[in-house]
Design a protein around this ligand. Structure first.
Ligand code: SAH
Ligand code: SF4
Length: 428
């Protein structure tokens, strides 16, 4: 989501006459788009800003701005902490960026804008499509009303707001007319799409509408909350040819006790039931997830429940994190914190186990013929192209520039941790 916000920021600034440069040293304007989901992301921003101090000394007219969640959280305190900063703009103020920069240029004084608006105007900014790119992100909603007890998102991105269905359809039509073949619909909780506008359209309706747009061959979405994964949405996997067989369904933990403390509103059994149903409706579906280890009060037995669940479900891939305390969240007030060394141990165990499962699931694909949308020249070799299976696994195989944008059938020959290798069936 942040990557897509950065694309929008770049689009806005290009419209105002700025052009991107390949070397930070040459820039007249530097914008850092920040994330505050975990402490580590926040620390990175401070060290990056520290390094920029030298640039500012050498070029006093350089404007440095910070946007995103950390900017929203810190507001004016950011300027106190980093005096060489010129601009702080929050998650609802991206659309005002050109005006804010003009104010900095005129006044040469720091500007801070972190107010929330009823409508997030930047949602409709169309990011430019990079040369020849055949995949694109489309934001369908912003904010979140869920208040999982560990999470800062609802505090920093505000209430859930869906874009109207015609507006989204129009954006996807424009993308299709520019050669985009695959769209990924973005939202913190796409299953509750439409609730905030109450116009009778839900997420399944949106998927069907996008499914009828000519030129779009593949549809993906992220993220789904297990509690809102309706039967209607599950049916879309069998009804809609263009909907790719992959779902990112963050579980967070296998322990019912911890799920309750996290305010996730489902149990281990509820989650497993949804996974069973998904797999019966769509047998080849790949399921990925997020797990947090070391939530306050997570005992050995709770952790074991997570490990057992991983063994039972065998996710195709997993993003795992150490719990990071965030100011203002409900979990920050909980006692019984888990020590850093126990968190480290648990994370290592989860990651080692998942590596094994990921490889197993990838190896099971050897011998399959998979539909691949070719996206680019491979990062590993100029003689190869890379694309993804419908199940969202990267596949490298022999091919050239002329194949980009084509959908081809590829025989999978090798499997690795992060990718697959294949060949066109008629090529040795
Ligand atoms: N809206 C999405 C995810 C948003 S954040 C959802 O609900 O699934 C992405 C992931 O970051 C979360 O799924 C969670 O696993 C992790 N995360 C969020 N807050 C965290 C925290 N305080 N500490 C560690 N991990 C966190
Ligand atoms: Fe955060 Fe929960 Fe909302 Fe996801 S659903 S953004 S984890 S509060």
């Amino acid at each position: 989501m942040n990557v897509h916000d950065s694309e929008k920021i770049a689009a806005l600034m290009e419209k105002s006459g700025y052009a991107s440069v390949d070397d930070v040293g040459k820039a007249d304007l530097i914008i850092i788009n920040t994330c505050s989901i975990r402490e580590k992301a926040a620390q990175k921003v401070y060290s990056q800003l520290g390094r920029l101090k030298e640039f500012k000394k050498r070029k006093p007219k350089l404007i440095i701005g910070v946007g995103g969640c950390l900017a929203q959280q810190w507001g004016v305190k950011f300027i106190e902490r980093v005096p060489h900063l010129d601009l702080v703009f929050g998650t609802h103020n991206i659309h005002s960026l050109p005006d804010l920069i003009t104010t900095v240029e005129k006044t040469r004084a720091p500007v801070v804008r972190t107010d929330f608006h009823e409508r997030v105007k930047s949602l409709g900014i169309l990011a430019p499509i990079q040369n020849g790119k055949v995949t694109a992100y489309v934001t369908i909603m912003q904010g979140c009303n869920n208040f999982c007890s560990y999470c800062v998102v609802p505090h920093l991105r505000g209430e859930e707001e869906s874009r109207s269905l015609p507006e989204i359809v129009m954006e996807v039509e424009v993308l299709a007319s520019r050669g985009v073949k695959e769209v990924t619909l973005l939202g913190q909780n796409v299953n509750s799409y439409g609730k905030s506008i109450g116009n009778g359209h839900d997420f399944a309706d949106l998927l069907h509408e996008i499914g009828s747009i000519r030129g779009i061959e593949r549809i993906r979405f992220t993220t789904s909350h297990p509690k809102d994964l309706s039967d209607g949405l599950l049916r879309c996997f069998s009804e809609l040819d263009k909907l790719c067989e992959h779902i990112h369904l963050p579980v967070q933990t296998g322990s019912d006790r911890v799920l309750k403390m996290m305010n996730r509103c489902y149990t281990n059994a509820d989650y497993c039931e949804r996974v069973d149903k998904l797999r019966s409706i769509c047998p080849g579906i790949s399921i990925t997830s997020d797990i947090i280890v070391g939530f306050p009060g997570e005992a050995e037995g709770d952790f074991q429940a997570t490990i057992d669940m991983m063994g039972k479900i065998r996710f195709d891939n997993l993003f795992s994190f150490k719990y990071s305390e965030r100011d203002g969240t409900a979990a920050a007030d909980l006692g019984d914190k888990v020590s850093e060394s126990v968190k480290n141990d648990r994370l290592r165990i989860v990651q080692a186990l998942q590596e094994k499962y990921t490889l197993e699931r990838n190896e099971a694909m050897i011998g399959n013929k998979e539909e691949i949308l070719v996206e680019e020249i491979s990062r590993n070799s100029k003689e190869d192209v890379a694309g993804r299976t419908r199940t969202n696994k990267i596949v490298n195989f022999r091919g050239g520039l002329e194949m980009i944008g084509k959908t081809v059938s590829v025989l999978i020959t090798d499997a690795y941790q992060h990718s697959l290798r294949g060949r066109l069936p008629n090529v040795n």
